[in-house]
Design a protein around this ligand. Structure first.
Ligand SMILES: Cc1ncc(COP(=O)(O)O)c(C=O)c1O
Length: 1005
């Protein structure tokens, strides 16, 4: 153990004198924290930097020699370089005021920041840490020194001393410490035989220097070689892991990139990996014991206890991790087969001949009807459908009817969306994570069907695993292959089954072990057998996971081998699904290149559910972008309305049909009475196109005023009025008949601050005057009530009223584009224009109306409608068809029934308030604006210059936490928030928590 250092009478002036006299170097000295040495950062006039270290009195010169020799051995590669004194000695000597001999050393300064100051710790950075530690270990293989073979309490191999101090801890703490101490004692024999070398032995978070790069930081160096020791080489990785995974929800997962990186630069041996879990635990045990002792011996030295709290938190989490599971995960990280017995099992299973009839001899079914229950299966339907067990069973019966000789089965490694109870969720390092990978094969057979053992075995579990979506009756048998254990698990059995067998009882090959349970006794599932194999029980006694996290799929696949290795049924083999790479390739080959994909690694979505999008692996993303899925992705009522009408009739509007008039009445009932006539079309673009035609027909003019940065659609005429497009990339400026007025942005627009409406109205008036000067008549004005693509810009109060007045005075029509903002999104009102106390002449409606189905509308006054009807028929093949109208009508019903406008108001206000609070603390959030669930957050610096990179960083980081956002605005520095209106307070809190976390990250400072 180190003695407590004393450094009487050496201040920075004295140290500066010593540095000058012994090294010939002058400069500014700043005291650095340190446990033993007195450390100063030296900055010379010519900006060279060093660390000047003065050892305390009584320090063994061999100890200093040892450290200097290590550094000289490493020759400055990823380690500080030794600077000799003026006499060419690596260590210099002086006598202090007490006449004590003291030693000094000068090292090169490694620029950067210590690991503890980094935020966030990405997987890449943890991997790089592993690589650095591993390469250091590698380079120290050829180093040795007598001092490396000393007694040292921080040497894990000598760590048993901690047991004598257990009395310092409370009962719960003691139990945790004792667990690791006992485990460590148990492994002593094989552990002692592991390879040894001199290692750094203290890669703690203040000894790792990270580059200043805040987006893609690298590891610059490991410093402080004072704890180096000759010991089991693996200890070094354990120590590195112990510090690198503090303060994370899931430390095992965080350790994996470190292990992988270490292995990539210093290959670990398979027998070492079995001990890594215990050694990480032991490092924490030594650390908290040292802290407890130091607290008594040096109550004032805070540095000594710096990692006590996080070390305890980590210990309490680490002890709950299964040692075997950690071992398998470490093996996977090192490229080994995760379960050591897997390959032998596969080889054995290959020789086996097991019939499916063996499981259900009474059914006489030997072949399989494969049932796809994966997240991308359309057979499954939405949550309401798959949780309706009568319906689910009905669909199964339909299959069975036409496949009476087959077992309906499948599901091994299938990502599923069926696991909807909270027991399948946890908070991991990347936000909320859901277990969804099915580890067994399900056989959909009737209740009471007898289930038989495939091999002779011993009953090791027979439990009633109660709870929603649990196993119900569950039996596990232990078998052996080539004298090695494996287990078979039978889930969803009847209650009777579990009293039918006894733990420890031997069952013969082919013996009946139980019966399929009913819905009420099987965890509330349609009756089936969950049949799973496993090579280890991982310490479970009354349960065993049947579903795993996707990111651990490889480990689980190895731990729980495919039951079809035994059955060998082609119909039970895992179906191949199209992967993202193929989709990207196919898009490149066959789709227009202008159709962009979002995110560097695009998301492959296969399912929508309320406020979530689900990818092909079952990952749920909270969708805060998609205002098209207005009432929630795949809202069951909307889906049903479409399905029913599609099965009955779909045709054009030249026939009488109730759906179109019912929808027209329902829609106009939400609008001011003046707006009573509807034309149905298929998209927002088509709606605006029609509005432009109406203007031209009614006013005789095609002269349109439109807003800077506005977007109104993708057709020729719509692009012509969309400054967002023609002023943007690939655009060729405005056409002659279009007149753009400045975006009424009171934050960063032409006129800023309060009461800007008048100034912006004048801009509109000036455009009108200019037209009139040119003897041209105004046709109309088109604008959104909140400018979406322009960056969620709220129009200043009074602007729309003034602008409408001026347009109408000039004989023009006023069109409000509600394609983004309509149908209750703004919360306080059903339509965005109502925020401004105006009634437009024409309203165009798109996105939200069909909840994803292409239906849009143009609503106008009867006068405009009758003038537009100039003899030319208005015909639209698809617009207003009965299916689209049924869907849109249901959307309007759901908005009302589910009180979604009210939800938009309440949750929107909560979000806006939460973001505004964050904006007070984080000045880069220049403005939080918008209404209801149509909000914008603008990122700027103190000069109001746009911070697009920060906005982009935010959306990418939020994606890692499973939240989808997008940026917009002419400078791409505004984050748009426009989730489906089912977005709840719970979702809002999740978003705000993570938004706040990301704001604290280094790049945001
Ligand atoms: C305000 C606005 N108007 C019109 C459109 C065009 O609608 P669609 O893409 O349905 O043609 C959009 C589309 O994003 C829009 O945002």
């Amino acid at each position: 153990m180190h003695s407590n250092p004393t450094h009487w009478s050496i201040d920075s002036d004295k140290a500066a004198q010593l540095l000058k006299s012994h090294y010939g170097i002058g400069g500014k000295l700043t005291l650095l924290p340190g446990e033993i040495d007195l450390n100063f950062k030296v900055t010379t006039a010519d900006k060279k930097q060093y660390v000047f270290k003065i050892a305390p009195e009584g320090v063994d010169s061999d100890y200093l020699d040892f450290q200097q020799k290590i550094l000289l051995h490493l020759k400055g590669q990823e380690a500080p370089q030794v600077i000799s004194d003026i006499n060419q000695n690596p260590t210099a000597v002086f006598y202090d005021d007490q006449g004590e001999k003291r030693f000094m050393r000068l090292l090169s300064w490694i620029s950067g920041r210590v690991w503890s100051q980094v935020n966030p710790y990405s997987e890449t950075l943890r991997y790089r840490l592993g690589v650095s530690c591993g390469s250091l270990t590698q380079r120290l293989q050829s180093f040795d020194h007598p001092y490396a073979h000393r007694y040292f309490e921080w040497d894990l191999a000598q760590g048993i001393w901690v047991e004598a101090h257990l009395s310092l801890f409370n009962k719960k703490q003691k139990a945790t410490l004792q667990f690791f101490i006992d485990s460590f004692k148990d492994i002593q024999e094989p552990y002692q035989a592991l390879r040894k070398s001199v290692v750094h032995n203290d890669a703690n978070d203040n000894n790792i220097i990270v580059s200043e790069d805040t987006i893609d930081p690298s590891i610059r160096s490991l410093i402080d070689y004072g704890d180096a020791i000759h010991t089991q080489t693996l200890n070094d990785l354990a120590i590195c892991c112990a510090y690198a995974v503090m303060d994370v929800p899931d430390p095992l997962e965080a350790a994996l990139p470190v292990v992988k990186g270490y292995h990539d630069s210093f290959p670990l041996e398979a027998n070492e990996l079995a001990f890594l879990y215990i050694l990480i635990g032991m490092r924490l045990v030594v650390s908290v014991t040292k802290s407890a002792i130091n607290k008594i011996e040096n109550p004032s030295n805070e540095y000594l206890g710096i990692s006590e709290k996080p070390a305890w938190e980590l210990l309490q989490k680490w002890v709950t991790i299964d040692e075997d599971f950690a071992h398998f995960r470490f093996r996977e990280a090192c490229g080994l087969e995760p379960h050591p017995n897997y390959s032998d099992f596969v080889a054995w299973a290959k020789q086996e001949e097991v019939s499916l009839r063996g499981l259900f001899p009474t059914l006489e079914r030997t072949s399989v009807f494969p049932l796809d229950l994966s997240v991308s299966s359309s057979w499954v339907g939405g949550e309401d459908t798959f949780n309706d067990l009568d319906y689910f069973q009905f669909k199964l019966n339909q299959i069975q009817k036409t496949n009476s000789d087959k077992l309906i089965a499948g599901g091994y490694l299938e990502p599923r969306s069926l696991y909807t109870s909270s027991a399948y969720e946890k908070y991991g390092n990347e936000g909320l994570e859901k277990r969804c990978i099915h580890l067994g094969v399900d056989f959909w057979v009737p209740p009471t069907t007898p289930v038989h053992a495939l091999y002779e075995g011993e009953v090791v579990m027979a439990v009633n695993d109660e709870g929603e979506k649990a196993y119900g009756g569950m039996i596990v048998l232990r078998h052996t292959f080539k004298k090695v254990a494996f287990y078979s698990l039978y889930g969803h059995l009847s209650k009777k089954s579990i009293t039918n067998v006894q733990i420890g009882e031997k069952v013969g090959n082919g013996a009946c072990i139980g019966w399929i349970g009913t819905v009420t006794e099987n965890g509330n599932w349609a009756p089936h057998l969950h049949f799973q194999l496993t090579l280890s029980l991982l310490g479970y006694q009354n349960d065993f996971p049947g579903v795993a996290y996707h990111k651990q799929i490889q480990t689980w696949q190895s731990l729980c081998p495919d039951p079809n290795l035994l059955f060998k049924s082609a119909d039970l083999s895992i179906p191949s699904k199209v992967n993202s790479d193929t989709l990207i390739k196919d898009r490149k080959a066959h789709l227009g290149r202008g159709m962009s994909l979002q995110y560097q690694t695009p998301i492959h979505v296969v399912r929508g559910a309320g406020a979530f999008l689900v990818d092909q692996n079952g990952r749920h993303y909270l969708d805060m972008v998609n205002n098209v899925a207005h009432v929630g992705h795949e809202h069951p009522k909307v889906v049903k309305a479409g399905q029913l009408q599609m099965g009955q009739l779909n045709t054009n509007t030249r026939y009488l049909h109730e759906n179109i008039t019912r929808l027209a009445k329902r829609l106009t009932a939400t609008l001011p009475k003046e707006l009573s006539v509807v034309h149905f079309v298929n998209s927002g673009s088509e709606a605006n196109e029609l509005a432009l035609r109406m203007i031209k027909t009614v006013t005789g003019s095609n002269q349109i005023l439109a807003c800077e940065s506005g977007y109104h659609g993708n057709t020729n005429a719509c692009i012509d009025i969309s400054s967002y497009k023609f002023d943007g990339k690939g655009g060729s400026g405005k056409p002659e008949q279009v007149h753009i007025f400045p975006i009424p942005d009171s934050f960063r627009g032409k006129y800023r601050g309060v009461d800007t409406a008048g100034d912006y109205v004048v801009e509109v008036e000036e455009q009108i005057a200019l037209l009139e000067q040119q003897q041209k008549k105004v046709g109309g004005l088109i604008i959104e009530p909140i400018i979406s693509c322009g960056g969620q810009i709220e129009l200043p109060k009074g602007f729309l009223q003034g602008a409408f007045k001026a347009i109408r005075k000039a004989g023009g029509l006023c069109v409000v584009d509600e394609v983004q903002t309509g149908c209750g999104r703004v919360g306080s009102h059903f339509w965005g224009f109502e925020l401004h106390g105006v009634v437009p002449d024409i309203v165009t409606i798109g996105k939200p109306l069909g909840n994803g189905h292409p239906v849009a509308a143009v609503v106008c006054t009867p006068e405009i409608a009758s003038q537009f009807n100039n003899g030319m028929e208005f015909f639209n093949t698809f617009g207003g068809n009965p299916v689209s109208c049924a869907i849109a009508h249901e959307v309007l019903e759901v908005i009302e029934e589910d009180k979604l406008q009210e939800n938009a108001r309440i949750v929107g206000n909560f979000l806006k308030l939460g973001l505004s609070e964050l904006a007070k603390k984080h000045l880069i959030l220049g403005e939080v604006r918008g209404q209801g669930l149509f909000l914008g957050v603008e990122f700027v610096n103190q000069h109001l210059q746009p911070l697009a990179a920060q906005a982009d960083y935010m959306i990418n980081r939020m994606k890692t936490f499973g939240v989808l956002l997008s940026t917009d605005g002419p400078d791409h520095n505004v984050i748009k928030i426009k989730p489906p209106l089912v977005f709840s307070m719970h979702h809002a809190r999740y978003f705000l928590n993570h938004f706040s976390l990301v704001l604290q990250e280094d790049f945001m400072k």
